[in-house]
Write a protein that binds this ligand. Sequence first.
Ligand SMILES: *[C@@H]1O[C@H](CO)[C@@H](O)[C@H](O)[C@H]1NC(C)=O
Ligand SMILES: *[C@@H]1O[C@H](CO)[C@@H](O)[C@H](O)[C@H]1NC(C)=O
Ligand SMILES: *[C@@H]1O[C@H](CO)[C@@H](O)[C@H](O)[C@H]1NC(C)=O
Ligand SMILES: *[C@@H]1O[C@H](CO)[C@@H](O)[C@H](O)[C@H]1NC(C)=O
Ligand SMILES: *[C@@H]1O[C@H](CO)[C@@H](O)[C@H](O)[C@H]1NC(C)=O
Ligand SMILES: *[C@@H]1O[C@H](CO)[C@@H](O)[C@H](O)[C@H]1NC(C)=O
Ligand SMILES: *[C@@H]1O[C@H](CO)[C@@H](O)[C@H](O)[C@H]1NC(C)=O
Ligand SMILES: *[C@@H]1O[C@H](CO)[C@@H](O)[C@H](O)[C@H]1NC(C)=O
Length: 400
Amino acid sequence: MSGLTLLALAGLAAADYTASFGGAIPAGLCAPNTAGFTNPTIQPSRGGAAICVSGNVAVQASAQNVKFNFDLPKNESEVTNTFLELITQGSTFTQQIMGGMQMISGNYTIASTLCMPANGTMPSSVQLLTHGIGFDRYYWDFAPGYSYVDYAIEQGYATFSYDRLGVGQSSTPDPITTVQGPLEVSIANQLALMLRSSTFANANFTSVIGVGHSFGSAITQSVTHSHPSTFDAAILTGFSTNQSAIAPFLTSLNLEIASINQPYRFSTLNNGYLVSYSAISNQYGFFRAPNFSPLVLAAAEASKGSVTFGELFTQAAIAGVASNFTGPVAIVNGDADLPFCYGNCSYPMNKAEAAISMLYPAASANGTYLAPLTGHGLNLHYTALDAYKFIGSFLKQNRM
Ligand SMILES: *[C@@H]1O[C@H](CO)[C@@H](O)[C@H](O)[C@H]1NC(C)=O
Ligand SMILES: *[C@@H]1O[C@H](CO)[C@@H](O)[C@H](O)[C@H]1NC(C)=O
Ligand SMILES: *[C@@H]1O[C@H](CO)[C@@H](O)[C@H](O)[C@H]1NC(C)=O
Ligand SMILES: *[C@@H]1O[C@H](CO)[C@@H](O)[C@H](O)[C@H]1NC(C)=O
Ligand SMILES: *[C@@H]1O[C@H](CO)[C@@H](O)[C@H](O)[C@H]1NC(C)=O
Ligand SMILES: *[C@@H]1O[C@H](CO)[C@@H](O)[C@H](O)[C@H]1NC(C)=O
Ligand SMILES: *[C@@H]1O[C@H](CO)[C@@H](O)[C@H](O)[C@H]1NC(C)=O
Ligand SMILES: *[C@@H]1O[C@H](CO)[C@@H](O)[C@H](O)[C@H]1NC(C)=O
């Protein structure tokens, strides 16, 4: 068996005790309560430090989404042409498709995973982990040795990760009108409030920390803007306010209709759901050589997550100055991040610091960290642990 196959097995098919042990949990592990989940299953985290319950969560959410005058592309040629129009200089494409706002509401299935320390202690603080474009909730618990969940658990937190609307095992509604930034902000806010009100595992969390990656950071940031008391602290990774490299990022992803690119995974999705074209596209957008394992890139490609037109058209519109957010906030980036730093987070100034000063005038404390020689997909690089240690000590310093 090749090394690649082994990594894929280890990383992508973590043991499911429900299936392999007839529901029995190995001695010494304390199973979390499954309250709040439907179809619950119990697994260890892929990294092994936590015991987790995964299942479906019903979330009622509503938001003012954008109404786009944009029809579902009929074929790949139309998809490619849409991105060419979007990035063309002087183009009025964005203005042309703007059709005002419309209220969207519904009950959505959000596939989620709550992880707790395997020794059965009940943390008082939980981190709500929101992944970005091109991944799913397992960005946070990717494979043994690549697990933010393990790090957070070892620091004494619980973690709650979820597939964003439209991704993985969650609902996949209309990719233009429904799966957009504003509604996803409402869903993240609802999940945080559910964590606070003991909806899951009968756990009484007294503090909820919002942690995001990329588009998930934009969503987390937007929650601190529109619902400033939802999170006690916010950690934004792979994020800035500088959009100048979004065009090269979109170009490098070379987006293809998901059901054509990986039919065995995405056959049920319509032409509004896209994925990056290949491992090369994935490397362009998310990795920086030589600071990652080729096996990890291959595993990221095999498990890549979809993105919708609605998300790409609204990704820049949801951030706002969080003038009423008074908790601590940190921005943590790979210093060679492509989409948010154009490959250099220190040029022409520190773009993480610039984002803090622009967005967080009332934060009780702030911090920034740039992981050396690291691309946008921070957690999948050799430097990830140093970034986690920064986050851990920032939260402890601020008594979170
Ligand atoms: C894509 O669809 C458009 C509109 O139906 C059509 O004009 C065009 O020929 C198609 N292109 C390809 C490559 O199939
Ligand atoms: C969502 O579900 C709740 C209860 O399950 C129900 O009261 C509500 O009307 C539903 N909302 C929508 C928009 O379907
Ligand atoms: C249980 O595990 C957590 C996470 O590793 C740790 O913080 C805590 O101290 C442990 N508690 C006991 C009683 O061993
Ligand atoms: C959580 O809080 C509620 C109300 O404060 C209390 O009734 C319940 O026993 C607590 N549960 C745990 C597990 O501490
Ligand atoms: C902050 O709070 C003030 C007072 O409640 C309110 O007027 C203002 O609109 C809030 N700002 C934002 C960005 O929500
Ligand atoms: C955004 O970053 C680019 C370089 O990556 C820089 O030229 C530009 O001035 C920055 N924009 C702002 C508003 O800081
Ligand atoms: C990033 O920009 C800074 C400031 O101009 C420069 O010192 C540094 O060498 C650049 N990094 C790379 C990798 O080019
Ligand atoms: C960030 O924190 C430093 C102190 O560590 C402070 O001087 C600065 O004003 C803070 N920035 C913002 C935007 O609050």
